[in-house]
Write a protein that binds this ligand. Structure first.
Ligand code: EPZ
Length: 421
């Protein structure tokens, strides 16, 4: 098994580039299923979750080729409508393929994605919306057996919660439905805007993405296109947190500062000097961070739940007590126990985490519990005294391209090692 060895207390200095967004690449790869002919995605990160999505496309019969961060998808050979259970279980967000496969093939078969480290991860909002669009869905022995007679039919939909995945599934199903779909209380994340932009480049007619109401006028078919994936705002937030907690001075490049509007004020409240450029953010940390009054995770444009763990690592060494409220997922504090092993003082009470800052953390052997929890442990290892051994780092590789290679040019003492146990 691989592990990361980190020797901390080196202030990060220099420049680092951010790769394309995992959470945009996945729905874009699903959207390619709708497109006849070839689609080319640039700035598509080389991550295990993206590889899993490409594996699904290949299983469906598509030709998928990667050259660096460019992925070509040719769907002319598409011949299957099911996603293997192993792939569904490996990556629960594969549910985003449902709408696209059903729309292209007239039928789709997937197993229930099941829960993950963050909690049960239900898909009720996806299923009820797709049913209203005319997809018949039978739930049998943990499988979703779906079919539609001809094209789905546009309708008015409203989400009880602005679910990112459900919004994506609705866009993918409605893009080639018959007639107009009006979706209210839609998710507003930048990844939704990126997906709608891609679909419109392919001939779809979608307006309002990024706002609460999205209008989709279905078209008969979509053609392929060439598209550049937006930068990964959570990777950017993670690198900024690594700079903040090590007293660093870092320029994070290839980002959209507007996508970080919910995050940057938190760093400023912690005492960092933050400056935005067209496609970069510069952060200069103070000698010691100040605690942050309260961090409440919210749907975009609020503070993103995915940045909660990486920023908690910085709060762990800030002066004073920070309050986190996790409003999006049921169980997204698993990293707290591992941070505590490094000397952090964190008290959990339901959705609330009280983080009493300590002067320094101590290196220890810790285990990644999930993707962003693992990223938090990298940040903690970088600011801890001594050496941190980080295990189960496959979680991190799901969303960060070789994180050690990104951080080492900033002075980070971080090494990936093979360990026999
Ligand atoms: C996407 O997950 C992201 N994943 C998550 O990032 C991110 O944390 C989340 O959006 C919120 O921003 C991808 O884009 C691949 P949701 P998704 O549907 O679509 C409940 C990461 O670290 N809900 O907005 O699954 C759900 O239980 C990952 O990169 C229902 O109740 O998020 C959760 O509590 C983690 N019923 C809340 O809504 C449903 O049908 C938010 O879920 C769907 C969701």
């Amino acid at each position: 098994m691989e592990r990361l060895m980190i020797t901390g207390q080196v202030p990060l200095k220099g420049e680092v580039e951010v790769h394309g967004a995992k959470n945009s690449s996945l729905p874009l790869l699903a959207a390619a299923v709708l497109c006849h002919g070839q689609t080319v995605l640039h700035n598509c990160p080389d991550l295990s979750d993206v590889a899993a999505a490409c594996e699904i496309l290949s299983y469906l019969g598509c030709r998928v080729e990667r050259e660096g961060r460019t992925v070509l998808i040719d769907t002319e050979g598409i011949c299957r409508h099911s996603v293997p259970d192993s792939l569904m279980r490996e990556m629960r967000s594969s549910i985003v393929f449902l709408g696209a496969i059903a729309a292209r093939m007239g039928r789709a078969e997937l197993c229930f994605p099941g829960g993950c480290e963050l909690g049960p991860r239900p898909i009720d909002l996806h299923l009820s919306a797709l049913r209203k669009l005319g997809l018949s869905i039978r739930e049998e022995h943990g499988n979703l057996l779906c079919r539609t007679d001809g094209r789905m039919t546009g309708t008015s939909l409203s989400l009880s919660f602005p679910s990112v995945g459900a919004t994506e599934n609705i866009l993918l199903a409605a893009a080639t439905a018959q007639g107009r779909t009006i979706l209210t209380n839609a998710a507003r994340e930048p990844e939704i805007v990126d997906l709608a932009g891609f679909l419109n480049q392919c001939g779809a007619r979608i307006s309002g993405a990024g706002e609460g109401t999205i209008v989709i006028d279905g078209v008969e078919t979509l053609h392929g296109c060439e598209h550049r994936v937006i930068p990964d705002r959570i990777v950017a937030a993670t690198f900024l947190s690594c700079a903040a907690c090590t007293g660093g001075d870092v320029l994070v490049k290839q980002v959209e500062p507007a996508h970080l509007a919910g995050v940057l004020p938190i760093f400023e409240e912690m005492g960092c000097h933050v400056r935005c450029y067209a496609d970069a953010v510069h952060l200069k940390a103070p000698g010691r961070l100040r605690a942050v009054k309260d961090v409440r995770t919210m749907p975009y444009p609020g503070f993103p739940t995915d940045a909660q763990a990486p920023i908690m690592a910085a709060a762990a060494v800030a002066e004073g007590t920070s309050v986190f409220v996790e409003n999006i997922f049921e169980s997204r504090y698993k990293h707290a126990a591992e941070l505590t092993r490094m000397g952090a003082r964190i008290k959990l009470e339901g959705k609330v985490a009280l983080v009493e800052g300590v002067p320094k953390l101590s290196g220890a052997e810790v285990f990644c519990t999930d993707l962003r929890g693992g990223a938090a442990l990298v940040a903690a290892g970088l600011c801890a005294e001594g050496t941190t051994i980080l295990r189960e780092i496959h979680h991190i590789d799901r969303g960060y391209e070789r994180i050690e290679e990104a951080l080492r040019p900033l002075g980070a003492q971080i090494l990936r090692e093979d360990s026999t146990f």
